[in-house]
Every structure is written in C-alpha cells, then in structure tokens.
Design a binder for this molecule. Structure first.
Ligand code: B12
Length: 208
C-alpha cells in the first residue's frame, strides 16, 4: 500500500495518529502537500461522505474521521501555504437566528473542508446583519444557512431577502431537516441540499 492510500484508509478508520504518521512519511518521501491533501485526506473524506449518505456509517464515525482530517490538515497547512495552494472556494456558513442546532452544520463544514473549501463559520443563532457584514468582509463564493426549526425557516427567508437587497453576489445554499427544494425556490435561495454530501457536490459545481 502506498502512503496516499494509507492516509485515506487511516482517515476512514478515524485513526489520527496513523494519519499523521503516514503524512510525515509521505512528506519525507517528497510527495507534494497538495497531492497528500487531494489523494490522501480528501480521497478518504469523500469515502466517508459517500458512506454517510448511504447510511452505512453514522454521525460519530464522521466526527471521528473529521478529527483525523483536522490533525492531518494541521500538519499540511504550512506546506500548502508555502506552495501557494488555494482552497477550491470559500463557504460562509451559519445556523440562522433563533436556532441553536449545529450538528448538521458541523457535518456540512467537515465535508466541505474535506472537499478543499475554506470555511468561515459564524456559529449558531446568526442574525441577518451578521451574515451581511461577514459576506461583505469575507467575500465568500457561497453562503450556507442551516435551520432545524420550522419557526426559524422564516428567519432564513428574511436573511436571504436582506442579502439579495445588498451588493452581495455569493451563491446561497440552504439546508436543514425542515427545508426543501420547494422552500428554497420560494425564499429565493440558489441551492438546496438534503444532505451535507449533496451540498458539497452542488457547491463544487457552483464554483467550477
Ligand atoms: C439534537 C437536537 C437538539 C439539540 C441540538 C444540539 C446541537 N448542538 O445541535 C438540543 C437539545 C439543544 C435541541 C434543542 C431544541 N430542539 Co431539537 N432536535 C434535535 C434532534 C434530536 C436532532 C437534530 C440533528 O442534529 N439531526 C442530525 C443532523 C445531522 O441532521 P440535520 O441537522 O438535518 O443536517 C443534515 C441535513 O439537513 C443537511 N444540512 C443541515 N444544515 C445544512 C446547511 C446547508 C448549507 C446544507 C447544504 C446542508 C445542511 O446536512 C446534514 C447532514 O447531512 C431533532 C430531531 C431529529 N431527529 O431530527 C430535534 C428537533 C430539530 N428539535 C426540535 C425542537 C422543538 C427543539 C427545541 C425547541 C426544544 C425545546 N422545547 O427546547 C430546542 C430549540 C433550541 C433552539 N433554539 O434551537 C424539533 C423541531 C420541530 C420543528 N418542527 O420545528 C425537532 C425536530 C424534534 C421534534 N421532533 O420535535 N435539539
């Protein structure tokens, strides 16, 4: 097994120590940081995303794999920066005002980070003004919004109204259990995803 396959497989197994050891070996073997990221860490996280979507693994497995991913990225970050590797896109994300649910958003962050996106996470209970301010400052490619309560779906609608009335041009993607394609169309969101894995696929197409 080569180092890259080993990194991917150890990431899938959630073994942080083995992931970092294999990355160190790959670095010693002169494999470029971007190759280690794409063919090792991201390849492993893609498998996690697919298996999660298929219901073969569950939230704790994803969180454990994410811990291994973060350990690996921490090791690679200085080298990626030195090599001038740019993220594939920037996602600004938050759970809308009134809503404190963030497990789904965490999974979205993990899979987007796993796909090479830079994430700016505004946290939970995020008011429209904060989305607007951050969008102007950060100039993201995508703005992600999550809502788990039927009551906070209305806040999503007013957030989008305010963003659309502004100079912000980012693609808006929404998600969360009570949302739907129909709802997304009604509130003028660009994209809706039923799952974090679907969201990543749509986002990749949007920035391509
Ligand atoms: C865990 C949980 C909590 C935890 C939240 C902990 C946390 N840190 O998130 C706690 C205990 C705090 C909580 C509190 C409350 N909860 Co609650 N909670 C849940 C529960 C059990 C699971 C939600 C969850 O995490 N699901 C797992 C994740 C992975 O799924 P997900 O969020 O849908 O995300 C996936 C997709 O939707 C998508 N996605 C999500 N967001 C986004 C965003 C983007 C951009 C994209 C692309 C994709 C995407 O990707 C994810 C992965 O594929 C649900 C019931 C249920 N079984 O769903 C109730 C539920 C959501 N809660 C509910 C309620 C009522 C409450 C409370 C009001 C309870 C109370 N009386 O205090 C409070 C509200 C607090 C608040 N202001 O937000 C109701 C909502 C009912 C409704 N119709 O509005 C539910 C449905 C339970 C029920 N059947 O009554 N809750």
């Amino acid at each position: 097994m080569n180092e890259l396959t080993e990194i991917a497989q150890k990431l899938e197994a959630g073994d942080s120590q083995a992931v970092t050891a294999a990355i160190e070996q790959a670095i010693t073997g002169q494999i470029p940081a971007a190759t280690i990221l794409n063919e090792g860490l991201i390849a492993g996280m893609n498998v996690i995303g697919r298996r999660f979507k298929a219901g073969e693994i569950f939230i704790p497995n994803v969180l454990i794999a994410a811990r291994a991913m973060n350990a690996g990225i921490a090791l690679l970050e200085p080298r990626l920066a030195a090599d001038g590797i740019k993220p594939v896109g920037k996602l600004l994300i938050g759970t809308v005002q009134g809503d404190l649910h963030d497990i789904g958003k965490t999974l979205v962050n993990i899979l987007f980070k796993g796909a090479g996106f830079e994430i700016i996470d505004l946290g939970v209970n995020v008011p429209a003004e904060k989305f607007l301010q951050a969008a102007r400052a950060e100039k993201p490619d995508l703005i992600g919004m999550s809502a788990l309560l039927t009551t906070t779906m209305l806040n999503m609608e007013s957030c989008i109204r305010q963003l659309r009335a502004s100079d912000v041009t980012a693609t808006i993607i929404i998600g969360g259990a009570p949302t739907s394609q129909k709802f997304a169309a009604k509130i003028n969101a660009d994209l809706w995803a039923a799952s974090a894995a679907d969201g990543v696929e749509l986002a990749k197409q949007a920035v391509a």
